[in-house]
Design a protein around this ligand. Sequence first.
Ligand code: NAP
Length: 288
Amino acid sequence: MKITWNTDIYCLIGHPISKTLSPIIHNSFYKLINANNIYLTFDVEKRDLETIINSFKILNIKGFNVTLPHKISIIKYLDDISEEAKIIGAINTVKNKNGKLIGHNTDGIGFLKSLELEGIDIKDRNILILGSGGAANAISVSVSMAGAKKIFISNRTLAKAEKLTKRIKKQFPEIAIEYGDLELKNVPKNEIDMVINCTSVGMYPKIHEAPIEFQGFSKNLIVYDLIYKPRKTKLIKMAQRRGYRTVGGLSMLINQALCSQNIWIENKNYNFANNFEKIRRILDTYVE
Ligand code: NAP
């Protein structure tokens, strides 16, 4: 990588941000497209957020990603936010457009892009979403936008599932949506086409846990686990033992990063799917 006086700076802010794969993904992408850009990470605590955002404007940082705990609190410091980010209610990507900071959310579109690359169509499908945190919010919106027929939201804390269900019902009145807990007593399991794990159950270091059992689901079930560390979660292993098709979280991680790049970089003279595949291969050496 060659750093010059006019290298454009992009970055990630969050707290904590140790061990994030984002710099590897973004800097590999810059190398692939031969861009004079660099992607860094900054550990930013809540109390410093406003100062940092103002400094980014002064330093002309061209764009940045936002992760926990700032995905919602950053909104008040931005000049505008995209329609999708408004519906999701959280930001993961900010573009500096001539000094104005515009917030976006690429989690949902990154998820849909990963389905597209896998050749999976969720239109008119029945989807079971596990979890009701930040990721579940973005995924429920994108699944609704993609035309799912019926959505079930199941979460450990019922009140959070209820809140998310009400939000989706308000934004997408045409979609049938129900909520419940992780025992899934209200879910007609054999009618579910896809289960999407948006909980953190199974994530490193708690790798021996799974959020649900698979009794009663149809043999054509697709299981998508957003967790990418470990690559094969307990849930994915359980699903594979039953012969279900599975997708792991690494694909979404790379796709949401490439969707951020699509927002930041005006000249899109590159092949999205090609770069996805090359970056996936690079990450093979980093994630077991
Ligand atoms: P979050 O906002 O903290 O939400 C965590 C969710 O997990 C909540 O629904 C929580 O339920 C549930 N949960 C946590 N511990 C649990 C337990 N012991 N039993 C049952 N449920 C439990 O986190 P997030 O940002 O949504 O992220 C969730 C997961 O998605 C993480 O593993 C993250 O790495 C992954 N993710 C992946 C990508 C990607 O690109 N692949 C992107 C975003 C997130 P309660 O409401 O009851 O607390």
